[in-house]
Ligand binder design. Structure first.
Ligand code: FAD
Length: 428
């Protein structure tokens, strides 16, 4: 019998639990340990501050589903990870031993790296449902007395899609409320160019997003480093190719939402061989840690090197489909090891993304993630908004039912030629 433990029950950890359950043997035991017992669909967060969604719309109580699936569920935060002892410690004072550990703890949000930054200080966030609810209060207050808005993503951020998405959603809502004419908007980003999105662009994301920003009268600053944020004022440095400061700008605002840089959670940081200097888990092509081969990682907590040098640090996004491909590979690899085999499955890490703009949107597919690519496609249109709502409803239903990949999803992905697993030739 093997003890398999999953740390974290967000998008990655939850589907990991369902897929692992299907791959393990009858006698093995699966435990999910998580800080938040209620799952919130993070991709819906950009709709919360403008009142298009509430917490209740996007939450799933995981305990009943996990119980129905025969998964041991421990809603307590991990406080210490000891890979040499195959043990994790929890906030409730207990310790859990494992034979296989799957880390799926997502990001820690590094607001503290910039003075005055984040929801405890002067900018809003949409990264967590609690932040998105707080941003909703700030936005309603703002609408009583409209003034400039600053949105975007700070240095070291990796999640650019939601920054664009939220900017255009806000813009749509301001038009609906007939106050757009009183709100100058500026998009501030660490990307070297608009539409880079941490992937050196996908298809024509540069042209599409620049054109959308222009058409919606939103100014932008690229290669931006946020120096500090004071109440109602952001100080931004524009960085030149050689790393010098080209210009320093003071941006006044009445409402601001900025995506922070991510890092690994505190209990992981500093564990030699397990994580990189930012605390992201080092995983090979089989999602397995090379130093501690019984530790696997999936989701935003996985270390992925940046695309290349940029004047301001830009991380690589880890989107839902890419995460699902990591999950499928991990479940199959652990399943193989349990039966005396070797890990051979590799996730494709393909980036598939729908970014909603409120009444339209852009979609892109990057296959593989690093250029040159076999599929390098992006498109815009009203259909993306509808598709994103469909994706949300479908995913939340899947979470509630405890299914990871029903038949018709596989059919749809196969029909589009988008695979989760790489075709790997295995020597006999
Ligand atoms: C605002 C936003 C919008 C996004 N929109 C999209 C989108 O439209 N499409 C797309 O493909 N991707 C999107 N993404 C990217 C990605 O899909 C999400 O970030 C996704 O939630 C990542 O999943 P995860 O499981 O890695 O991390 P999370 O979903 O953040 O889950 C982490 C889990 O770890 C748990 N945890 C944390 N610390 C501990 C601890 N100490 N002990 C135990 N458990 C712990 C948390 O409780 C949580 O359950 C978006 C990201 C953001 C931030």
């Amino acid at each position: 019998m093997a003890e398999i433990v999953i740390m974290g029950a967000g998008l990655a950890g939850t589907i990991m639990a369902y897929e692992m359950k299907a791959q393990m043997r009858r006698e093995d035991r699966l435990t999910v340990v998580t800080r938040d017992p209620i799952y919130h669909f993070v991709p819906s967060n950009p709709w919360v501050p403008v009142g298009w969604r509430t917490r209740e719309n996007v939450e799933v109580d995981l305990a009943p589903t996990m119980a129905r699936k025969g998964i041991n569920f421990r809603p307590s935060a991990v406080t210490k990870v000891s890979p040499k002892d195959n043990e994790i410690e929890l906030a409730d004072g207990s310790a859990v031993k494992y034979d296989y550990l799957i880390v799926a703890t997502g990001p820690e949000l590094a607001f503290d790296e910039i003075e005055g930054f984040g929801p405890e200080h002067n900018t809003s966030s949409i990264c967590h449902i609690d932040h998105a609810e707080k941003a909703a209060v700030a936005f309603e207050e703002f609408c009583k007395n409209p003034s400039p808005i600053v949105t975007g993503a700070a240095q070291g951020a990796s999640c650019y899609g939601p920054a664009y998405e939220f900017t255009f959603i806000l813009e749509t809502e301001l038009r609906r409320r007939k106050i757009r004419d009183r709100v100058p908007m500026t998009f501030v980003t660490s990307e070297p160019y608009i539409g880079h999105i941490g992937l050196d662009g996908v298809g024509d994301t540069k042209g599409l997003l620049e054109s959308e920003l222009r058409e919606h009268h939103i100014k932008w600053i690229t290669n931006a480093r946020v120096k500090k944020v004071e109440p109602g004022k952001m100080t931004v440095e524009e960085i030149a190719e050689d790393g010098s400061v080209k210009a320093t700008k003071q941006l006044p605002f009445g409402f601001s939402m900025m995506l922070p840089a991510f890092r690994g959670i505190a209990p992981l940081r500093g564990i030699e061989g397990l994580v990189n200097p930012r605390g992201f888990v080092i995983a090979d092509k089989h999602q397995q840690n090379p130093t501690f081969p019984n530790v696997f990682a999936v989701g935003v907590c996985v270390a992925i090197p940046p695309m290349g040098p940029t004047p301001v640090a830009c991380g690589v996004p880890k989107t839902g489909f890419m995460i699902e491909s990591m999950v499928t590979a991990t479940a199959r690899n652990i399943g193989a090891i349990l039966r005396g085999g070797k890990p051979t499955f590799q996730g494709t890490w393909n980036a598939v993304c729908l970014a909603d703009f409120g009444d339209s949107g852009i979609a892109f597919v990057a296959q593989p993630q690093i250029p040159p690519r076999n599929v390098n496609w992006s498109a815009s249109g009203k259909w993306v908004h509808a598709a994103k709502i469909g994706f949300e409803k479908y995913f939340i239903r899947k979470m509630r039912k405890g299914e990871s990949e029903p038949f018709y999803e596989t059919m749809a992905l196969n029909a589009l030629g988008i695979d989760k697993l790489k075709a790997v030739k295995v020597d006999a």
